[in-house]
Write a protein that binds this ligand. Structure first.
Ligand code: PLP
Length: 348
């Protein structure tokens, strides 16, 4: 039985074109500055393309999404500052580094959220009564199963924060999946948001890296923070070049991932014993729970892997998670459904 690995879209392999781009990349020392930019021409180009796509003044290449979030929040505030998050935001759980006393020492202020949308009354109360440095949002929302918040919902949060002069940071690891699901350009979707982090290394299929976009002044400060936490790199054009291919060629393809996820979810929802909340299936992630007496989620995952050669993830909310990415095809979906059907039959 061939292995089908749906743990995450971080499993994407670089495309041929990406690998070829590495061979031709013009590189320089990105840690030595030429005005506001480093000396690596390929990174300069990647940062310009990213800024243009989001309609922001500037962009910064970082080694990972977590570092992009960290650099952004450390640019908005410092140790001891209050940061609004939900307990289910990736930036708080599983990341947490920003909020660890022995690391960056920020203080979380929790606001309730429904599939990624904050309770606005609760948010306003917090903004009114506390000295908040930055409000973090996440779109699509990973632990909720890839749910999206619309341009209108985002504006409600951003407008409220503006009234209290508090900046907003978007963890947009999968913002392009959200943008496609919402049929809203990322420029529109992230308008007026002060800083946005997104991943090149997930559905966009680049081997390494994430970006932060924001104003010229913000990115200048973020560049300095990136250096302090060890994220400055040298001839980094070799990994920035696939990032350029990712942004130029791999964005529209994400629609296929969203569609396949929807199809997988629909077919899983027909299997007795599986509880799929179709309302949360909005992008490339499918989460579901089990309704069996003799097997729990952990054991189900073990059986699925050891006997049916399918790998799945577990969300922080303890649901089983499948993520669709470049390379997963219709036939894999059919195969996954058939194998799970068999496993579920045995469990009943
Ligand atoms: C994957 C992810 C990150 C972190 O990205 P890495 O490149 O793995 O560090 C941050 N936020 C969300 C919502 C993610 O899904």
């Amino acid at each position: 039985m061939e292995m089908i690995d749906l743990r995450s879209d971080t499993l994407t392999q670089p495309t041929e074109e990406m690998l070829a781009s590495i061979m031709k990349a013009k590189v320089g020392d990105d840690g030595r500055s030429k005005g506001l930019k480093g000396e690596d021409e390929t990174v300069i180009e990647l940062e310009r393309i990213a800024a243009d796509i989001f309609g922001k003044e500037d962009a910064l290449f970082v080694p990972s999404g977590i570092m992009g979030n960290n650099v952004s929040i450390l640019t908005h505030g410092s140790r001891g500052d209050l940061v609004v998050v939900s307990e289910n935001n990736h930036i708080y759980n599983p990341e947490k580094g920003l909020f660890k006393g022995d690391l960056f020492g920020m203080v979380p202020v929790f606001v309730s959220e429904n599939n990624g949308m904050y309770d606005l009354d609760e948010l306003e109360e917090v903004l009114k009564t506390k000295d908040i440095s930055v409000v973090c949002i996440e779109n699509s929302h990973n632990s909720r199963g890839g749910t999206v918040i619309s341009k209108l919902q985002t504006s409600k949060i951003v407008d409220l924060c503006k009234r209290y002069e508090v900046p907003v940071h978007l963890d947009g690891a999968r913002i392009f999946n959200a943008s496609i699901a919402l049929e809203t350009d990322v420029k529109e979707l992230t308008k007026d948001i002060d800083s946005v982090m997104f991943c090149l290394s997930k559905g966009l299929s680049a081997p390494v890296g994430s970006m932060v976009v924001g104003s010229t002044d913000f990115i200048k400060k973020a560049r300095a923070k990136r250096k302090l936490i060890g994220g400055q790199m040298r001839q980094v054009g070799v990994i920035a070049a696939p990032g350029i291919v990712a942004l130029n060629k791999m964005v529209e393809r994400l629609e296929e991932d969203n569609n396949l996820a929807r199809e997988l979810a629909e077919r899983l929802s027909e299997i007795p014993g599986l509880k799929v909340d179709m309302d949360t299936v909005q992008t490339n992630i499918v989460t579901f729970n089990l309704d069996f007496k003799n097997i729990d989620t952990k054991q189900f995952l073990v059986e699925l892997y050891e006997r049916y050669n399918i790998r799945a993830g577990l969300t922080p909310l303890k649901s089983i998670r499948f993520v669709i990415y470049n390379g997963i095809k219709e036939k894999d979906i059919t195969e996954v459904v058939a194998r799970i059907k068999q496993l579920c039959k045995e469990m009943r």
